[in-house]
Design a protein around this ligand. Structure first.
Ligand SMILES: Nc1ncnc2c1ncn2[C@@H]1O[C@H](COP(=O)(O)OP(=O)(O)OP(=O)(O)O)[C@@H](O)[C@H]1O
Length: 814
């Protein structure tokens, strides 16, 4: 008989764990202080004891352990059914179920073949695996019966080392065991021996496990549902198989394949997230006051670090409601009368724009739906990209595959030499054209005033030659011998186009004697003596060189626009003028509001340029128009049909309106061509706004084909300094977008407002530059006089000054 005697002794070592001592092998096994084990004696014993009414009997006899042992052994001997159930039935099944995990730990021996009754508690890892599996389906613990008070912690000694290290076990003999077939004497001896062994071992193990169960239950752990008769250790085979099937089903995907560990984790995470969301919803709704706190901390949790960031110190003061940084609670509205027709119409916006947007969005989504090229489906079906799509994709990509986002913003490569369109330009040489300008008649007086004064304010009508001629006169008068003559413009397109024109007049390459510098593009060289630039670029240069040493004269053009950069620059240049005696400043303005500049610079002389190149006829609407975009489109079509020649320039407020107007124009032209019996001349529709790529912006300066009329739809970037040869008609809607700072929201907002009278005159001035022109104002004369401000509200009064202040602080620090 292969028998191992096991005796139990009180624990020698402290702590919750115990030592397994195997005599003859002198090997001590540490038993970890586990709280529970589904494989140990306690479970087996408790489950069966409950079935047999053993526990109640045991409680009755707990003061007489020998009797209890006897009773137990007696029943073992006589209760055949019981023995069979334990050794060959229920437990056999249980053992086979967990065989894998046990063998993993090298416990394979003869007691592992299912014949033997029970075995010691598995190691921690197999325990934890099993517990994890059962927690999913179990609601209560098998230790849920009343616990018995017993001393905790015992060590177990094995009386035999026959099975080698690690094969210690408690043995219960089965009926078909060899020992039972031996003689009666042997049997009696064995009975006596096992009476003690079983009584002690059973009691100690059960006591230990009951103790564990007691503490475990207190902690809220539940491994097995004692109320569930189909629980694992109750031996209900059908329900066990059902649970197995459920578990297997849960580990399968919908397509029948097995779940990977990652997927299973994902599912668990998803379930956990859902549960957390439900908890938060419940607590928010007030249905529960708090959720149960997690008391168990697993290994992963231990490694997690929770960072608590207190935002009280990080919150910037301007986000703190208590700090007030402005005394002005209301935004400064650049509007004369908020109840006027124009103000109300500007708030309502254009109905045509809304209609077209809806239509375009619908078309776009349809187009996207059918557009297979470039998509995955397109690749599968072999749909190739069109040349246009490839061009768009690779336009900004350089030879090495790098993306150059600034490439599109460069004007120089797109600007071709201007071809004359008007009779004025065609019939006269450039020098003759220059001599026709109003400024030419006052050239000498002007130069004399400049020689005598350090700061001069020059006022003149649109097209009188301030921008293009003044710089050349200064060059001719010797101001470029030891310095550069700079001319600032509020807008990039103006700086670029004027530089181009002056380089043509001076018969030099753009970038040589005459150049321009705008954001992302510096077309100047070492020989540059006349430099056009945006006011923003000059302001940046003052950060590097506060005295602007390389400049001899600075012409601040279109100062009446009162952009933020212009106003800041005026302040900076005033100091430069004070520091440098050789420096000259000329401020040009299209309005008679020049006294302000005069005063600012300490009674600087104002020089007026009389007259204009060509007259401009102004036409007003008889009544206010509700939809100015619709009215502008109609007016353009009317001009196109009724007039013989001359290009059209329409002013809109922004990109969305421009796109809508271009769409409506092309749609109506198509209708016109298809319905008209007479031949309708072509209309070339050209949008221009600041966000448009430079190549498309440059198109407005190119001559259209013969017999084709250009119709430019622009924002106010075409309002000043721009000369497009051939423009005879200007359609002025009377509105523009302006940035206004809202102190309540602490943000700038871009809103549509009626323009000022000065701006209206500037718009009209885009016609009549190379031949007499007409301006159609889509508002009444009364509105011009009473609903428009005479001058625009300076940007410095209506926008956020954060950026300007930074610049000034930087200059002061430099
Ligand atoms: N690209 C061009 N093609 C043809 N003529 C041009 C061109 N640019 C300027 N001119 C001529 O030069 C004139 C003066 O233009 P300039 O821009 O200097 O006037 P301005 O007084 O600055 O006007 P504004 O204040 O409106 O900018 C124009 O009226 C026009 O006759």
């Amino acid at each position: 008989m292969d028998k191992t005697k096991v005796t139990m002794e009180p624990k020698k070592s402290g702590g919750g764990g115990g030592a397994f001592y195997v005599p003859g092998n002198d090997r001590v096994f540490y038993k970890p202080p586990e709280k529970k084990s589904p494989f140990g004696l306690h479970v087996f014993a408790n489950a069966n004891a409950k079935r047999e009414g053993y526990i109640s009997e045991r409680i009755e006899n707990q003061h007489d352990s020998s009797d209890y042992g006897k009773d137990y052994y007696h029943r073992r001997k006589s209760g055949g059914q019981y023995e069979q159930d334990q050794c060959g039935g229920g437990y056999g099944r249980k053992q086979s179920r967990y065989e894998g995990s046990m063998r993993k730990h090298g416990r394979s021996s003869d007691w592992d073949d299912g014949r033997l009754g029970w075995q010691d508690t598995p190691r921690h890892s197999s325990y934890s695996n099993a517990s994890k599996r059962h927690q999913a389906g179990s609601a209560a613990s098998p230790w849920d019966f009343s616990p018995v008070e017993i001393p905790s912690g015992y060590s177990i000694k094995s009386s035999s080392s026959k099975h080698g290290a690690g094969s210690h076990k408690l043995t219960v003999y089965s009926e078909n065991s060899e020992s039972f077939k031996d003689g009666e004497g042997d049997k009696t001896d064995l009975d006596e021996e096992h009476k003690y062994e079983i009584r002690e071992s059973m009691r100690q193990e059960m006591d230990y496990n009951s103790d564990v169960a007691w503490y475990d239950r207190e902690e809220g752990n539940a491994m097995f549902d004692t109320t569930d008769s189909s629980s694992l250790f109750y031996g209900n085979d059908a329900s066990y198989q059902k649970k197995e099937a459920e578990l297997a089903k849960r580990l399968l995907r919908r397509d029948g394949t097995k779940m990977t560990v990652a997927w299973s984790r994902k599912m668990s995470q998803l379930n956990a997230d859902n549960a957390r969301w439900e908890d938060s919803q419940l607590s928010r709704s007030g249905a529960v006051s708090a959720t149960k706190a997690q008391t168990e901390i697993d290994d992963e949790e231990e490694h997690k670090v929770t960072l608590l960031v207190h935002d009280t110190n990080l919150k910037p003061p301007f986000l703190n409601d208590s700090a007030v940084f402005t005394k002005q609670a209301e935004p400064v509205m650049p509007i004369k009368d908020p109840t006027s027709d124009m103000a109300i119409i500007s708030c309502k916006g254009s109905a045509l724009v809304r209609r077209i947007h809806e239509k375009q969005n619908l078309n776009k989504s349809r187009q996207r739906f059918w557009e297979l090229a470039g998509s995955k489906l397109g690749e599968i079906l072999g749909v190739e990209k069109t040349a246009e799509q490839i061009g768009t994709d690779t336009a900004a990509t350089g030879t090495d595959g790098e993306i150059n986002f600034k490439e599109d913003a460069k004007f120089k490569q797109h600007m071709k030499n201007g071809e004359a369109v008007s009779e004025f330009a065609k019939s006269k040489t450039i020098s003759q054209q220059r001599q026709c300008l109003p400024i030419y008649s006052v050239r000498d007086e002007l130069l004399q005033v400049i020689r005598e004064n350090q700061v001069i304010v020059v006022v003149g009508e649109t097209g009188s030659g301030k921008t293009t001629q003044l710089t050349q006169y200064l060059h001719e008068d010797g101001y470029t011998v030891n310095g550069i003559v700079a001319c600032t413009q509020p807008r990039r397109v103006a700086a670029m186009s004027v530089a181009k024109r002056v380089s043509e007049e001076m018969e030099t390459e753009l970038g040589e004697k005459v150049g321009y510098a705008i954001r992302f593009e510096d077309v100047t060289g070492p020989n540059t003596i006349i430099k056009y630039m945006t006011d923003g670029v000059l302001m940046r240069e003052t950060l590097r060189d506060s005295d602007l040493d390389k400049y001899r004269v600075v012409v601040m053009d279109e100062a009446h626009e009162r952009s933020l950069n212009t106003d800041v620059l005026l302040g900076i240049l005033k100091k430069v003028v004070a520091r440098r005696r050789d420096f000259k400043l000329i401020v040009t303005s299209a309005t008679l509001d020049a006294q302000k500049f005069q005063t600012f610079f300490g009674s600087a002389p104002i020089f007026e340029i009389p007259g204009r190149t060509f007259p401009v006829t102004i036409n007003y609407n008889e009544s206010p128009c509700e939809d100015y975009v619709e009215a502008a489109v109609k007016k353009a079509i009317t001009i196109h049909i009724t007039s013989t020649h001359g290009d059209i320039l329409i002013f809109m407020t922004g990109q969305d309106e421009i796109e809508a107007a271009c769409y409506a124009l092309s749609e109506r032209m198509e209708q016109l061509i298809s319905t008209s019996k007479n031949r309708v001349p072509k209309l070339l529709i050209l949008p221009i706004y600041s966000q448009l790529p430079a190549d498309l912006q440059a198109k407005i300066f190119q001559k259209a084909e013969d017999g084709v009329r250009k119709c430019i739809v622009a924002t106010n970037i075409a309002e000043t300094s721009l000369t497009v040869d051939g423009i005879l008609y200007v359609i002025d809607t009377g509105y523009c977008k302006m940035k206004v700072y809202n102190p309540k929201m602490c943000m700038d907002a871009l809103q549509v407002f009626p323009i000022s009278q000065t701006a209206a005159n500037q718009r009209a001035g885009r016609a009549g530059r190379t031949e007499p022109g007409t301006c159609y104002r889509l508002y009444t004369k009364n509105a011009y006089r009473n609903e428009m401000l005479p001058n625009p509200v300076p940007e410095i009064q209506r926008t956020n000054l954060g950026c300007g202040c930074w610049v000034l602080l930087t200059i002061r620090a430099a």
